[in-house]
Ligand binder design. Structure first.
Ligand code: AMP
Ligand code: MG
Length: 491
């Protein structure tokens, strides 16, 4: 029990907390209680996820609990310590400046999950920040993380969103404050390792690595070199993840090392967005001036982040530095090939291919190049590959020329067109959180407290691989006047 939470703020039992991070040494976190807010109001509660987590909060307390006003029995709130490279520059101390981990629960599948409030007030790591989150970014993270989950991509989840009744100051002026409750396999990041490595604290580093192995990668224990195995497992998880991002047109926007989860889940949905027209250089984030985190740079950036992770692990991998470096380098140098394998497997699924031929990567790249030249919508083109895809190309004959090769390739497989079609429908979503739709939903909520668009979008995005003709308008790209070219962190 959190003995530092005043008695009047204790909520009844809502979950069986099974906290483990708080048992790590003091250097790993700072015990911090959420700061109360004047008027918590529930926007959204994710009942299905709550059931999965075994949570049973009384409806009357939802707003107060997920605003941080009431602290559930068994929670031991804390802010995690971490460092990180932000846009390539190392910051030795970041930490949760506005996120507070309530604790952990074991879900219905036996998996340990973090329950964290984001925007719950200042912590010892807040620096000059107010510890708060604005309504817009909270709704964006809710929508996009749940959409990612429905797309079948590893991600943190959204459990609840509440408004606080407070206005907070952001670049655009005073905006409504909100709190997002996020659920993660864990919140350990590359930056968590960097924090201890940069201080030369090898004992904590080893404790962290052991914690992560126990929690996420127990198979590493059986390896000859468990810490090298951990590095490899994390690299594999990231290679798989980034390939999945590329295949739905996702651009994370802030792939700093503190935003790369060791678990392999997508984490920290700031200025993220999905692209409409295919262009590998696409950048939405208003602060990414040099396109460091552009769509097609993401595999390279993941590789760079993993190299930073590898550096922290060197003393654990082998006491002889040369040996450690050469072992770790092999993993880092193997990343691009591993990513390429995941990407190619995903490409085959998108193209409806059941078998493997040498020319498949070329076939996919030819299509992407034609899409780029002809400003074809990424999602619509793939969804309609065996339909009217050509209509999405400025010059439809560019698609026709490519399709001759694709059909020839398909004809060398025994599967029927309907089998192929089923495979493609399961790999090519009809619905993604289109940026202009997300923005419309956010603006209605911010300006008019109207959550109907948010609710509707959430509903559509829960079944991205189904046609849902009644929601066809959510499948189409923005009209010229609807385009949203920039996204903001809002922090
Ligand atoms: P992010 O860009 O969301 O990954 O955040 C980077 C760092 O800034 C993290 O350490 C955050 O906790 C911190 N941070 C972001 N927004 C705020 C805020 N409003 N108040 C305090 N800290 C913040
Ligand atoms: Mg972050």
């Amino acid at each position: 029990m959190a003995d530092y939470a005043p008695v009047e703020r204790l909520a009844p039992n809502i979950a069986s907390f099974a906290n483990s991070y708080v048992r790590l040494p003091a250097a790993f976190y700072a015990s911090t209680v959420p700061t109360t807010v004047p008027e918590p109001r529930l926007i959204k509660f994710n009942d299905a996820l709550a059931r999965e987590l075994g949570l049973t909060p009384p409806a009357s307390d939802l707003a107060a609990i997920f605003a941080g006003n009431l602290i559930p029995a068994g929670a031991e709130p804390l802010a995690m310590t971490y460092a990180g490279h932000q846009f390539g520059g190392f910051v030795p101390q970041l930490g949760d400046g506005r996120a507070i981990l309530l604790g952990e629960v074991i879900d219905a599948q036996g998996q340990r999950r973090d329950i964290q409030l984001k925007g719950a007030g200042r912590t010892p790591f807040s620096r000059r920040g107010d510890g708060r989150a604005a309504l817009g970014p909270v709704l964006r993270e809710y929508l996009v993380s749940e959409a990612m989950h429905a797309l079948g991509i590893p991600t943190t989840r959204a459990l609840a969103a509440v408004t606080t009744g407070q206005q907070i100051l952001r670049e655009e002026g005073m905006v409504p404050g909100a709190v997002l409750t996020r659920v993660a396999a864990s919140h350990v990041r590359v930056g968590t390792f960097q924090y201890f490595a940069s201080r030369g604290d090898e004992m904590s580093l080893r404790q962290l690595a052991d914690y992560v192995i126990n929690r996420h990668y127990p198979q590493a224990k059986a390896a000859e070199r468990p810490y090298l195995a951990l590095l490899q497992l994390v690299a594999t998880a990231q290679a798989r993840l980034i390939a999945q991002w590329l295949h739905v047109g996702f651009i994370h926007g802030v792939m700093n090392t503190d935003n790369m989860a060791i678990s392999g889940q997508t984490i920290d949905f700031g200025p993220c967005a999905f692209m409409d027209v295919f262009d590998p250089a696409t950048v939405y984030s208003a602060i990414d001036h040099y396109g460091r985190y552009a769509y097609a740079n993401q595999p390279r950036i993941a590789n760079w982040n993993l190299a930073r992770f590898a550096e922290t692990m060197l003393p654990l991998i082998d006491e002889r530095q040369n040996t450690a470096v050469s072992q770790a380098s092999q993993v880092i140098e193997g990343f691009q090939a591993q990513f390429a394998d995941f990407w190619l497997a995903g490409a085959r699924a998108k193209l409806g291919l059941f078998t493997a031929e040498d020319g498949d990567a070329g076939l996919m790249n030819d299509l992407l190049e034609a899409m780029h030249k002809n400003q074809a919508d990424f999602t619509l083109t793939f969804r309609a590959l065996n339909g009217d895809a050509r209509s999405h190309f400025n010059d439809p004959s560019a698609f026709d020329a490519w399709a001759i090769n694709w059909r020839a390739r398909c004809s060398r497989e025994p599967q029927s067109p309907s089998e192929r079609s089923v495979k493609m429908q399961a790999a090519n979503p009809a619905f993604i959180p289109r940026n202009h739709r997300v923005e419309q939903a956010l603006q209605a909520a911010i300006q008019h407290a109207d959550y109907s668009l948010f609710e509707e979008l959430l509903l559509v995005l829960a079944n991205p691989y189904q046609d849902q003709p009644e929601f066809a308008r959510y499948a189409t790209p923005p009209e010229l006047g609807e385009r949203v070219l920039h996204t903001f962190c809002g922090t």
